[in-house]
Ligand binder design. Sequence first.
Ligand code: SIN
Length: 486
Amino acid sequence: MLDVCSFLLKSSSYIDGQWFDNTDKLAVVNPATGQPFHYVSNMTTGDAIKAVESAHRTFRDWSHQTAAYRAKVLKTWLDLIIKHKDALAYIITLEQGKPLAEARAEIEYGAAFIEWFAEEAKRVYGDTIPAASQSQKIIVTKQPVGVVTAITPWNFPHAMITRKAAAALAAGCTFVVKPAHQTPLSALALAELADQANIPAGVFNVIVSDKSIEIGQVLTQHSGVNKFTFTGSTSVGKQLIAQCAQGVKKVSMELGGNAPFIVFADADIDLAIKGYLLAKFRNAGQTCICANRLLLADSIHDEFIDKLHTEMAKIQLGDGTQTTTNMGPLISVSAVERVNELVNTSIKLGAKQVKLNIAKPNPTPNSRYYPPTLLTQVNEDMPVVQQEIFGPVVAALRFKSEDEAIKMANNTEYGLAAYFYTRDISRVWRVSSALNFGMVGINDAAISNPAAPFGGINASGNGREGSKYGLDDYLEIKYLSMGGLI
Ligand code: SIN
């Protein structure tokens, strides 16, 4: 099976345009089987420092290239990614567990950021501002922030790297990423293709390690780092922000979410069901923008739950490499235990589990499969509502009025994504302005794409990824004051 992608399976880290190994090995486990299928070198803080120093050395040359040159190099990388789409998708499925169709979609999604930012690189415009005196000219230019370091998550092992790296490289920054140690192979495959695309040595570096705390300290505190970017949990994000604060480093953080999915009584129910299935079950519920809380208007609650139950019963849980599978396992045994705990505690507090006959593929004690689960009679005090579930669990609540729905939706420290379904145009504007979230899907659950600014507010972080705003996060504004003019 590995033949499909073996030419892209690397075992070393990519630093300064070279591959480095050591004797300490990390096992990469297939979540579908619980078995290791590949080993990679477990790098040290010394290697992370080497990567930052290499990015620092290369920055001057890379940032001085024309935007057109950087765009051309990025496009070569993009073409190679598209050429090897199937192999890259297979790697994602093996190390992360999502079904192949979703893995292919992730490659396309990730590649689209490279295309987007390669084009956007050529449109980094400055400004002139009318000055206060006749003898002065005010000119505003934009320049790359410098060396960017990143820590990326296991849930999108390809796209969460390209969406940061493409923006950074397009802007003229150099880049060091530490991917999640559970899913290093997609990152290393990207490095192999970056090498083949002749991205200059030191511009794109990948360092694999399970020494997350120590490597995180290098990436946030090394004097050669100008900006740090992270996608992951809010608790880890807070720690990393505190580390960056010591060197006053620029940060952008894509942290946790607790997305409400509101269905008003006047909604197109079938459209809302379709959107909900996507927003809830994509990647087995393991995305930051997953619908965490399903808020249903009283009058349509039963109809929605009946239709949802019918659709959920069709979910095929299994090994993502099988074509019949449309939902894979969770990432780890501890992830399964965590979701189980949230569900069981909520049931003890009064939630009702609606029966669904979905077979678990391998009902062994260490199975990473968690079946789609439907909970009704949920209230706001339950852990499935208060915490980010990160699993395929529906937590359905009822509301009686628009005001109550908005109050419930905003009753969270998070502010990443929210969704609502209605056919009332005035309600569209009222509710979208009242929701305290960075992204709002209105009759739409497919909100992620490179043209749009992805990001949150409050405990969900800061900064935006994708769109023209995503490039700004990798640029500094410089004001030139020209005086003494006659
Ligand atoms: C995430 O879960 O962090 C990213 C989801 C997306 O890009 O759609």
